[in-house]
Design a protein around this ligand. Structure first.
Ligand code: SAM
Length: 363
């Protein structure tokens, strides 16, 4: 196998905090719901932006009150909470934006994650224990009446729909340009995109190569959205649509493809389901063909913030998505790949910063 070494082996092996840091972090856990709610209001009410605009001059509480639509009391408790949270600093009665405040306000990844938590996950988060006990996404009822979130994706109420798609696309979109040379090195005539969603990856391929044909596989409701996008882009002649529930024991995937691509897809399934899906791929993949898996593994991250985001995203799968999947530890995932009869040819980490692309061939 060729590829890259674990970016930060040992990230979770050693205690790095002093006792004082550790007790502070324990308070962050104790007050976590307020920390989240206060931070989101500070952002969305314009309080943080007002403090940011004051730059090195800083701004007094009274002056913030005149610029936002909130009572003096409201601004005061939120700014005092922001001091403890670390979003602002205070010197001689003037508030200044801290580094954390800057990232919370301006960093695109933080905004996408925060909106996803606020609009998709927050209410259902209290159903975590029940979801684990029942292996069902017991928090999903706050968004709609579906067995898993995938039956309802295109019908999610707003703002959950916008925040879900922004979260999903933010991560996978960055990886598609890097994936193109890895895939087209094999001169594929036909590529199957399983979990095609809105058709973004398929569109990338159709734009990248003028001959290649794409077979899009997804649940019916999603496939309709992808079809519309492919039609609008004028690629109808080179696209086929295969409506499938990949967990259906009575249906196979379409045959005749040189490459099978699955991006942020297998994390939607439990361990035994991943083996079941990969075995389906094994049965239909052309001889000499390749499976490419674009995934996020928390143990392959360079930065603790990325590993942390993925470990927390697992809990979204538990409470909101389907109750039995997660963002995997690559060691767990690679054992499933092996069980399904595939061998890893290449493993490349840090694709689009946080993804890993696995290239598999039949053993
Ligand atoms: C997290 S999205 C990934 C979308 C896209 N591949 C990307 O990289 O952004 C997962 C996709 O898998 C589809 N999906 C989930 N369960 C499925 C199932 N049982 N059968 C077929 N498709 C499914 C969903 O409809 C959704 O489009």
């Amino acid at each position: 196998m060729t590829g890259t070494k674990a970016p930060r082996a040992g990230m979770f092996e050693q205690e790095k905090k002093s006792a004082l840091d550790a007790i502070s972090q324990a308070q962050f856990i104790a007050f976590a719901p307020y920390i989240f709610n206060a931070s989101v209001i500070l952002r969305d009410s314009g309080i943080l932006a007002t403090v940011e605009a004051s730059r090195q001059n800083g701004i007094a509480l009274e002056d913030v009150v005149t610029k936002v639509d909130m009572s003096h009391y409201g601004v005061r408790i939120l700014l005092e909470a922001a001091l403890g949270i670390g979003l602002v600093l205070r010197k001689e009665d003037k508030y200044y934006l801290s580094k954390t405040g800057h990232f919370f306000l301006n960093d695109a990844m933080t905004r996408v994650n925060t909106d996803f938590m606020r609009d998709v996950c927050y209410e259902g988060a209290k159903e975590l224990e029940k979801s684990i006990s029942n292996s069902k996404p017991e928090g999903l009822k706050y968004l709609g009446d579906w067995p898993t979130i995938y039956q309802g994706l295109s019908m999610l109420p707003e703002p959950a729909k916008t925040s879900w798609f922004a979260f999903d696309h933010y991560y996978s979109d960055h990886t598609f340009p890097e994936a193109m040379p890895m895939i087209f090195e094999h001169n594929p005539k036909k590529i199957m995109d399983i979990g095609a969603n809105t058709g973004k990856f398929s569109l990338h391929c159709l734009n990248y190569n003028s001959e290649v044909e794409l077979g899009l596989v997804d649940l019916g409701i999603q496939l309709n959205v992808a079809k519309q996008n492919i039609q609008e882009a004028g690629f109808e002649a080179r696209a086929q649509y295969h409506e499938r529930n990949v967990l259906d024991k009575n249906s196979e995937l379409p045959a005749g493809y040189d490459i099978i691509w699955m991006s942020q897809f297998l994390d939607c399934f439990a361990d035994d389901e991943i083996v079941f899906i990969l075995e389906k791929c094994h049965r239909v993949l052309n001889e000499g063909g390749r499976v490419f898996i674009n995934e996020l593994f928390w143990d392959r991250q360079k930065f603790e913030a990325s590993a942390f985001s993925l470990q927390m995203t697992s809990l979204y799968f538990t409470t909101m998505a389907n109750g039995n999947s997660q963002m995997y530890d690559s060691k767990v995932f690679l054992a499933l790949v092996d069980k399904a009869g595939f061998e890893v040819v290449t493993q490349r980490d840090n694709i689009g910063q946080v993804h890993t692309i696995l290239e598999l061939k039949k053993k």
